[in-house]
Ligand binder design. Sequence first.
Ligand SMILES: C[S@@+](CC[C@H](N)C(=O)[O-])C[C@H]1O[C@@H](n2cnc3c(N)ncnc32)[C@H](O)[C@@H]1O
Length: 257
Amino acid sequence: MSEDPPSGSSDEHYAAVAARYEQSAFYDPASSYNRWLIPHVVAALGLEPASRFADLGGGTGAFTAALSEAAGLTTLPSVVEPSPLREQATARGLPGLDEDAATFAGSPGVADWDALLLKEVVHHLSLGAFPEICLGLARRLSAHGRLVTITRPVEPDYPLFSAAKIVWRMNQPPASRYVSALEAAGLEVEEQEHAFRFEIPREEWFTLVRNRFWSTFSAFSDEQLEAGIRELEERYKDPILSFEDRLVFLVAKHAGP
Ligand SMILES: C[S@@+](CC[C@H](N)C(=O)[O-])C[C@H]1O[C@@H](n2cnc3c(N)ncnc32)[C@H](O)[C@@H]1O
């Protein structure tokens, strides 16, 4: 497995998809998927009204804002986001930090956050740099604070064409690699899995793939995506695709005495 971040700039990918980012059910804060997910994330982060919360790689801030509203936060959460998606977060009125996770982790604060979230972000970080990032985030976490990493399995249930499955696997380290780095930073980690069943019209899924709604698909040219979609048309004849989104939550907190 490569210790390097995935090839290509993720900033470029997110700049390209910025205008339609929240159109998919995965990133539309009002979708039934996100209405199911939000309480799980609020609980994992242990959010209370007074929590000081930063969403690292928080994208457009839509999910951040929904968490804030669900938890009744009295201080606005910060969105730490290196790509142009950050402008949508600041347009929502959320404080935006133009930093990547490593820069944020390396900043001098101590115990200045109660809740830190890395949702669907760690696959963009270099595994080689992750232990140092964990050390910095552990330093910034308050005594009872939580750092929650949300990632996905190496072998997901999605209807992916063969080449996309390979790209997914290459870019998706197993959760155990993150657990060991979190533990080495002095945190204790609870691993949870939460699954949501999607029932989605075939054509809708193909449109998401064509729109490169995940960075996985930005590895492919338009022609390659069309070939991949033809492969999926052959494999899935049912007009409705049914699959599980399995999310792995790593809930880390300072180890007790
Ligand atoms: C799949 S999106 C998830 C966005 C948001 N967390 C959500 O769940 O809606 C991945 C996000 O990670 C951000 N990202 C990529 N590399 C990053 C890095 N090194 N540090 C922090 N964020 C990063 C991207 O710009 C993008 O906003």
